[in-house]
Write a protein that binds this ligand. Sequence first.
Ligand SMILES: NC(=O)c1ccc[n+]([C@@H]2O[C@H](COP(=O)([O-])OP(=O)(O)OC[C@H]3O[C@@H](n4cnc5c(N)ncnc54)[C@H](OP(=O)(O)O)[C@@H]3O)[C@@H](O)[C@H]2O)c1
Length: 290
Amino acid sequence: MASKINIIGCGQAAGSLARLWVETGAVNVGCVLNRSESSTRAAVGRVGAGKPVTAFSDMEAADFWLIGTNDDQIKPVAKLLRERRVNREGALVFHLAGRFGLDVLASLDDGKTLLAALHPVRSLTHAALSLEDFAATACVAEGDPAALAALQPLVTSIGGTWLPVASIDRGLYHASVSIISNITKAVAWKAQKWQKKAGLPEETAATVTHQLLASTMDDLFRSGARQSITGPVVRGDTRTIEAHIQAINTSHPEDLEVYRVLARTVLELAQERGDLDEQALRRFEFLLGR
Ligand SMILES: NC(=O)c1ccc[n+]([C@@H]2O[C@H](COP(=O)([O-])OP(=O)(O)OC[C@H]3O[C@@H](n4cnc5c(N)ncnc54)[C@H](OP(=O)(O)O)[C@@H]3O)[C@@H](O)[C@H]2O)c1
């Protein structure tokens, strides 16, 4: 018989995963509890399985308990699971927040339950996420060996890439994945504004940005940032950087610091690779700040 998963907090992330588990038949969705009754019913409708409940006391025993609430609610929900004496004997309780490890589940660390943190590293939305979309998604998991052994089949059943870690610095880890995803999007958004201001038609700006992002990703995957980076900083073209600064200062002076900070990161990489002579390095430090 397939195992059963209860879900407390069945929003975008937990709801997306639950739909994939239902599709593959890897696990049956048991009780579902959100903050509001209407949200619980809507979540069960979207997942296409599960029993909507309105209180912890209505939740039946299950093999897995997923706390899929927003980050700040994970700790209080874990505490409630303990205080309400919910039957979780031998079950695995896990959450989905990249920001936290096991510390946030500490109130359940009483030997009755296995505990794990599972971070699927992609944006999960209600919009129909298919098994194909999810395939190979990095799933960073933390827990003791028994918890990881219980959790791994749930991840691999929907095609996730299983990546166990131990005692990582969560602040730094989460900051790193946030800048890769969110800051890349924000930088592309800003660059397109500059292109429009420069006179490019909107569709041309979109094509230039998307094509450049795609080829940048190809380079990055093929040979890594250190190997594939090009451009005026690594070439030592100080006058080109001067021209960038002048243009941004004229059209978007409020963005000058953004440009300088990002270009300084490129400079750091160029320095690490040993690309620049002393004169170019000093000039760049003058233009971009240290
Ligand atoms: N979405 C993503 O792209 C993504 C990706 C990876 C990891 N994550 C992680 O997944 C977790 C959930 O994020 P999300 O984007 O899915 O958030 P979300 O869409 O806002 O869903 C949160 C759900 O939790 C419910 N909830 C909040 N407090 C609750 C409580 N005390 N008791 C019961 N239910 C409660 C909410 O119910 P109501 O609707 O009734 O308020 C809502 O259904 C977070 O830890 C996040 O870091 C998200």
